[in-house]
Design a protein around this ligand. Structure first.
Ligand code: SAT
Ligand code: MN
Length: 592
């Protein structure tokens, strides 16, 4: 078997390390062929054709959805598997109570046993990729080896991959190693292992999303968060959006919400008719790498170049940009199908499903037609609100950081932290109801600090300490806020209209950054006073606005007891500065 990169033969700069690792993996996994991905359109089309002829990809109605395909994953393999995801550091404490841990030697042994001979009769693909613009000093590279052509197609859409990335690795010499095989898709033989000290990922037994597209959560969050701590930056689960106001200024925000809580919708927001002259630009919808800049501000790049977004609920009203983006050149995973060969999902409000996400004739008795975690994969450039600043090697300056969760009660629509360190406490205290993005019960409130619970590659105590240190280096730190779009009334209906109207809340934040908007001081932070938030033209009763902006001291005391107990789990690793912020917040809540 030839393992030399035939198609890239003339490339003199292939790193010896890459070549040696590929040879080592080929020896372990015994593929029948090795394909070095060049990242070209021709390669993309060739792989697409192959998957169509094997029946794994279904071409969708070509006139309504040109260049679009449906992929059905194994029904047991439809979401991230947090209970099978491990951080394998030498010291268990370095992984922290926030991660499942396994000793590196044991994890390697376990996974190598699974990988041994697993690619027999299959092609092994070598995907060199760059997370971030190819010419950015803030970008970092990796190589994913996989036996899944579906993964290769997704990586084509989501990352800058192939020849140029391989060249950069050749120049730099360093890269993250990601080894992936779908194996037999047996949930009992499925593991996602991270070795941050070795910049290595091993993922076996799943072909889905964050389990298998190793550039995404595995590299750009878990491994990168570890690298970032060493190098003095932050790798975060955040969208990045530019907000252009009628005066022509564009200011950037980075927002951390858990999976399936509306990051993509906010990043692609279309201003309501009552906001003429405003425009939202999408820099990223899922991950931000944040670096202190020379001017004392915080700069962000989006390491990805495509979206892996939740499909259900997407329609012209909730997200017109996404709705238009995914009408061409998109891979749909686990959506339903109409009789006319068009994709269908709950919340589309047009057409009828004929086949559900498993490919069975649709019967409402079997549950939703599209899987609740069904996804679209599409290149970012397809998005009408895509901005070239996403390619800026230096990133975009961040004015505000926004944390948020999905909370039926308690958390008000918006509040502002008093300082950077208070903001770190606000982020560390985030709790949210679980969603279909991960396997497990949906709708249970759990602590999800900075929306990073499933993604921080090390001990949260050390992570918060790192946040505090990064803040101390910023002469002009972003203001930090918390939002909750999901507050419900006693009748179970959402109190806030959400979607485009969220711009009203963003506007208050930007005005706070400028010092031009009012606020009232409360024990949890600064909230808009009754006249500070623009609710003009919204059909909202005064009492609803009051409810949205209320701080129930008794309920918050209970919440802070829970936050204190949670932070206490980090023991010695909990930074002093954060313990102090917690103490002061408690004092404010108990003061009369
Ligand atoms: O499956 S992914 O991890 O890529 C998407 C998500 O859960 O945010
Ligand atoms: Mn995500």
């Amino acid at each position: 078997m030839a393992i030399a990169p035939h198609s890239l033969e003339h490339l003199s700069s292939i790193s010896h390390e890459v070549a040696a690792w590929v040879a080592e993996v080929a020896q372990l996994t015994v593929p029948s062929a090795v394909h070095w991905c060049d990242g070209s359109d021709a390669e993309f089309r060739m792989l697409q054709r192959g998957l169509v002829s094997s029946g794994e990809l279904i071409p969708l109605n070509e006139s309504a959805f040109p260049g679009c395909f449906l992929y059905r994953s194994d029904p047991t393999d439809v979401a991230r598997v947090e209970h099978l995801t491990f951080v394998c550091t030498r010291s268990r404490d370095d992984a922290g109570p926030n991660n499942l841990w396994m000793a590196p030697a044991e994890a390697h042994r376990k996974l190598d046993d699974l990988f041994r001979g697993c690619m027999r009769g299959r092609t092994m693909y070598v995907i060199a990729y760059c997370m971030g613009p190819l010419d950015s000093p803030l970008a970092r590279c990796g190589v994913e080896i996989t036996d899944s052509p579906y993964v290769v197609l997704n990586m084509h859409l989501m990352t800058r991959m192939g020849r140029a990335a391989l060249e950069r690795i050749g120049r730099e010499g360093s890269f993250v190693k990601g080894l992936h095989s779908t194996g037999e898709l047996d949930p009992a033989r499925r593991f996602i292992m991270h070795f941050p000290e070795e910049s290595t990922i091993k993922s076996f037994g799943s072909g889905y999303g964050g389990n298998a597209l190793l550039g995404k959560k595995c590299h750009a969050l878990r491994i990168a968060s570890w690298q970032a701590r060493r190098e003095g930056w932050l790798a975060e689960h955040m969208l990045i959006a530019g907000i252009e106001s009628p005066d022509g200024r564009t200011r950037y925000v980075a927002c951390a919400f858990p999976s399936a809580c509306g990051k993509t919708n906010l990043a692609m927001l279309i201003p309501p008719a009552s906001y003429p002259g405003w425009k939202i630009w999408t820099v990223g919808d899922d991950i931000a790498w944040l670096h202190p800049g020379r001017d004392g501000r915080l700069y962000a790049i989006n390491p990805e170049s495509g979206y892996f977004g939740v499909v259900p609920g997407t329609n012209p009203k909730t997200n017109r940009n996404a709705y238009e983006t995914i009408r061409r050149d998109t891979i749909f995973t686990n959506v339903a199908l109409t009789a006319g060969g068009e994709p269908w999902w709950e919340g589309l409000h047009e057409g009828q499903p004929a086949f559900d996400w498993r490919g069975q004739p649709y019967d409402p008795a079997n549950g939703p037609a599209a899987h609740p975690n069904s996804r679209f994969t599409v290149a970012a450039k397809r998005n009408p609100s895509y901005t070239r600043t996403a390619e800026d090697p230096d990133g975009v300056p961040i004015s505000a950081i926004v944390f948020g969760g999905r909370r039926r009660t308690l958390a008000p629509l918006v509040y502002q932290a008093r300082s950077w360190n208070h903001g770190v406490l606000v982020g560390a205290s985030v709790a949210s109801e679980t969603t279909a993005a991960a396997t497990g019960e949906v709708g249970v409130v759990r602590r999800d600090p900075m929306a990073m619970k499933p993604f921080a590659g090390y001990n949260f105590g050390d992570y918060w300490d790192h946040w505090i240190k990064v803040g101390a280096r910023l002469e002009h730190p972003p203001q930090i806020f918390h939002v909750n779009w999901f507050r419900q009334g006693a009748d179970g209906k959402y109190l806030w209209p959400g979607f485009g109207e969220n711009l009203r809340v963003l506007r208050w934040m930007l005005d706070r950054c400028d010092g031009s908007a009012g606020a009232v001081d409360t024990p949890i932070g600064h909230l808009p006073g009754p006249t500070d938030l623009d609710v003009h033209g919204l059909d909202l009763h005064e009492s609803t606005i009051e409810e949205l902006l209320a701080v129930d001291r008794d309920a918050w005391r209970g919440e802070f007891d829970a936050i204190g107990a949670y932070l206490g789990e980090y023991g010695e690793r909990l930074p002093q500065a954060l313990a102090r912020e917690l103490h002061e917040s408690m004092q404010r809540l108990h003061a009369r």
